[in-house]
Design a protein. Structure first.
Length: 324
């Protein structure tokens, strides 16, 4: 593949990750595949992250740096997407690292299968140095030829191995632009929404059991912050956006099965909300009625398996409070 532009755009939002940023960027600039651009977005950092970014940009002409006031990771990723030139996009968080052959292997898979999305795999890295591989069962899907994204999404949900984190996904940029699959700003848990929408609409998706991404579990990250009200608000926004997406999909016959599994994700979100509400010492009554009405309304259009999943998440969420 020849192009006057880089083949792959690697997008890295940066917010106060000074202790980890150099290791992250080292893993990116040392990729075996060289036709890349690296877009670093300083999201209003108040530590020395901007100086580290500038140092790397000075040494490597493939690096572009953007700066914005603190608006969150979604806004940072969207800003980078607006200037990206690569044929494919890979997202990396600034406190994580990737294997040095990540781009080479994912790019080979995308080109050989003509996939709009390639889903890799992840290693979780704990503060004590231990590692775990949560998504090993993806190997069962990796043996298949590329599927439609909707079929891939449905099979991943059925196998309980759907990965709702954007760093798993290696994606054609023209596909993102065509379907306007950008990140919803002003919330956390934005990955959940982006991954579902992107995968469902992808004409072709491929799954690899390739552990390319090293995810650092640490205190102080956005997803482990103490801002529970913000997380609760975000969960509900995601659920509402899923509801609109499912309704849109139901209008197209080829997406009917995937629409049912989007409803499954809605009730998974409700279950997560119940866990958070318990931690906040608040009851679920404000939300329970909404999700109960939704379950009643959608129940007739779901398959038996989807009915079982949705009901299980709903009732198990409610049961959290009974067992507390």
């Amino acid at each position: 593949m020849t192009s006057v532009y880089p083949v792959v755009s690697i997008i890295v939002p940066v917010y106060n990750t000074e202790p980890y940023l150099e290791e992250c960027l080292d893993s990116i600039v040392n990729q075996t595949y060289r036709s890349i651009e690296i877009i670093l977005v300083n999201d209003g950092s108040t530590d020395c992250s901007p100086e580290i970014m500038a140092s790397f940009a000075h040494r490597d002409q493939r690096i572009t740096t953007l700066t914005q006031p603190n608006r969150g990771v979604s806004a940072a990723r969207n800003a980078a997407l607006s200037v990206a030139k690569g044929e494919y996009v890979l997202f990396v968080d600034s406190d994580d690292t990737i294997r040095n052959d990540t781009v080479e292997i994912l790019c080979q898979e995308a080109i050989s299968t003509n996939s709009d999305i390639v889903i890799g795999n992840m290693c979780f890295c704990y503060p004590d140095g231990q590692q775990s591989f949560f998504f090993k069962r993806l190997a069962t899907l990796s043996k298949q030829h590329p599927l439609s994204g909707a079929q891939c999404f449905s099979e991943l949900i059925e196998a309980h191995i759907f990965p709702p984190m954007v760093v798993f996904y290696f994606t054609k940029r023209t596909f993102i632009q065509k379907y306007q699959i950008f990140f919803e700003e002003g919330i956390v848990h934005e990955d959940e929404l982006w991954c579902v929408k992107a995968l469902v609409y992808a004409p072709k998706a491929s799954v690899m059991n390739f552990f390319h991404y090293y995810y650092r579990l640490r205190q102080g990250s956005v997803m482990r912050s103490d801002n529970m009200e913000y997380r609760l608000y975000s969960f509900f926004r995601v659920a509402k956006s899923f509801e609109a997406l499912a309704a849109e999909l139901q209008e197209k016959q080829e997406f009917a099965k995937a629409a049912g599994y989007v409803y499954v994700r809605i009730f998974y979100v409700y279950y997560s909300m119940c866990q958070l509400l318990l931690e906040m010492k608040k009851d679920t009554n404000e939300y329970k009625a909404y999700f109960e009405r939704l379950l009643v309304n959608i129940y007739p259009v779901l398959s038996q398996l989807q009915q079982r999943y949705c009901s299980s998440f709903f009732y198990n969420g409610n049961r959290i409070f009974l067992n507390a």
